[in-house]
Design a protein around this ligand. Structure first.
Ligand code: DGY
Length: 320
């Protein structure tokens, strides 16, 4: 059987795939266009794609032989699941292996914004440090403050548990009760408004679905404390980016740490000009171990799917 991979992924996954299949990989060091994906998929039984590839019905229906789609990401808002379901094509994702890496990035952003790490680095490199000063680079305390977690699934839970050393009060907002963080951190499940009004740090860990699109808009941003910090390592469109830029510009919150953007890879110039935001290039899962783990998982899912069995990380099990 033949597999098409839309961008080179780490070797451990490729090694597994090469043993079983003929594989073709995007030869360029860039994302492919829709036309190029359709061309690459021609005659292939399996597709391994990235979160940056919009796999719509046109792509899915372009190849009659297509039997399995493995997304090289845990989020799968880039794939038209309905179109895959119509053709009974299993779709898989890569949960688990990037949980800690993503939670760690959320913490890295939380610290960077609160303690003005990037600003301080730029300031020091520009030879602007002229000696210790009482009012230089004042930021926000973290220990003992209130942490607000929106979405208490795998990554939200890992993010919450890492607060243990900072003696924080933990609030969370989720569809279901999270026994683990309630037991270990005495976390309290609250509604979104209470979380936004009472938290010092708010971190988003929700998938992008219809009901989470612009979940954080101007109204919600205005509910946040003037000293609050917002962290987004989930998906860009969960936050209304224009509203966030306005709020940051007017200094209505202390700052934001962003790994994701509304129209990736575009990062608005207005955002880039602000000092009170730290920007990352959607790299929360970018550790050597996580990205290798994702490649292995995608390969394992592909193998099961092409055998006609339910892949271990199938996101549309209803087709079986
Ligand atoms: C994912 O896997 O969905 C993450 O966004 C990758 O960083």
């Amino acid at each position: 059987m033949k597999i098409f991979i839309t961008r080179k992924i780490p070797e451990p996954g490729l090694e597994i795939l090469r043993k079983e299949y003929e594989i073709e990989i995007n030869p360029y060091d860039r994302a492919l266009t829709k036309k190029e994906i359709i061309r690459g998929l021609k005659g292939k039984d399996g597709l391994i794609c990235l979160l940056a590839d919009k796999i719509d019905a046109d792509i899915i229906n372009s190849e009659p032989k297509l039997k399995m789609i493995a997304n090289y990401a845990v989020g799968f808002d880039n794939i038209d699941i309905k179109a895959a379901n119509k053709r009974k094509i299993p779709v898989s994702n890569t949960p688990g292996v990037l949980t800690d890496a993503t939670a760690e990035m959320a913490w890295a952003l939380l610290f960077s914004v609160s303690r003005r790490i990037v600003e301080g680095d730029n300031f020091s490199r520009a030879d602007r440090f002229k000696g210790w000063a009482p009012m230089l680079m004042l930021g926000q305390d973290i220990s003992g403050k209130t942490l607000g977690i929106i979405g208490a699934g795998r990554i939200g839970t890992a993010f919450a548990l890492k607060s243990k050393g900072f003696d924080m009060k933990v609030l969370y907002c989720s569809n279901s009760k999270n026994e683990k963080i309630e037991k270990e951190l005495n976390a309290k499940k609250v509604d979104l408004e209470q979380l936004l009004r009472e938290s010092d740090f708010i971190s988003l860990h929700i998938p992008l679905i219809k009901s989470t699109h612009h979940l954080i808009s101007e109204k919600q941003l205005k509910m946040m404390k003037k000293t609050a910090v917002l962290i987004n390592t989930s998906r860009g469109p969960v936050v209304d980016e224009k509203a966030l830029i306005k709020i940051l510009k007017e200094k209505k919150i202390f700052g934001a740490g962003l790994d994701v953007y509304e129209n990736e890879p575009e990062i608005p110039d207005k955002l880039k000009k602000l000092d009170n935001v730290v920007l990352q290039p959607h790299s929360a899962s970018a550790t050597i171990a996580s990205r290798s783990g994702m490649a292995v998982l995608a390969a394992e899912n592909m193998i099961m799917g092409l055998r006609g069995e339910k892949p271990p990380n199938c996101i549309n099990p209803e087709i079986f």
